[in-house]
Design a protein around this ligand. Sequence first.
Ligand code: UDP
Length: 323
Amino acid sequence: MHVVVAGGAGYIGSIVVRTLLREKYTVTVLDDLSHGNVWSLPKAARFVEGDIADPSAVQLAIHGEAHALMHFAAKIDVAESMRDPALYHSANVDKSLLLLSQIQMARVRYVVFSSTAAVYDPNTLQPLKEDAALEPVSVYGRTKLIVESALTELAKAGSLSYVALRYFNAAGASLEDGLGEAHPHETHLIPLTMRAVTTGSPLTIFGSDYPTPDGTCIRDYIDVRDLASAHLQALRYLERGGVSTAFNVGRGEGTSVRELLAMIEAVAGKPIPQAMGSRRQGDPSSLVADVQNIKRDLGWVARHSLQDTVESAWRWHTRSTSS
Ligand code: UDP
């Protein structure tokens, strides 16, 4: 069975590609390499270098017939989305709609879509259930919610069935695959902290006056290997005839910035040079997933502890900087 993975050269997509290959799916990666890494592509996957909005690239990727689309290709920098909303609507919404119209024409039945916890109103009760208020505070979150809505409409029209996976904070590395978090322009806490430890230039903690026990933001960090298995299980669910829906993917536990830094310090065995800064625009104080639905419907549970995730990130980061 042939799966087209749009954005399969990125951090999460590339690890999902390995997971699919191990499960004997035929995989084609469609990626324009604007954010992805060519070195993350395995030989066992076909690769089409191209834009998801380019019908000929999409048709080349589908190659006559595809069973499913996994759609990771998107811009993901929340702050950038606030500065340049048009860019995000064009990259994440317009291009996704063009991609979906092509896969509809090719009668691709199943879609697993990378959505985000940023679709929720963060001021509602935590942990967040899938039926919590959908009121994104960022343009990024809004663009993901619009694509979810489009998928809902396509599913109602009988064109396809889909699962939207609402990621909380993806973290860690797949050492087995030699893959970890390497964004060209890094904004995420864990890789920036690793960099601070190895370079000595301080990490800025964005805000210590949040209404949380230690004043720093709380997030639900989910291991990228668990995230990858959630994609596989979402596809299997669709293959079994599962109804189109959205699932949270998190560990269901919150960790503050300070708690996470303390764990990284213990794993690295070195102090983290750090500075206290002001709040970053658009950061909610707390985002924690309720994961009952994904457990119930997909049989998915997070297998990696946060300690394990931090260790994998540290080992991957120190290995990649020393090689
Ligand atoms: N954060 C921080 N300093 C940084 C980067 C992030 O204090 O240099 C905080 C950020 O405010 C948030 C948490 O770390 O509370 C996770 O941020 P990240 O950008 O990794 O993911 P997000 O939650 O924005 O998706």
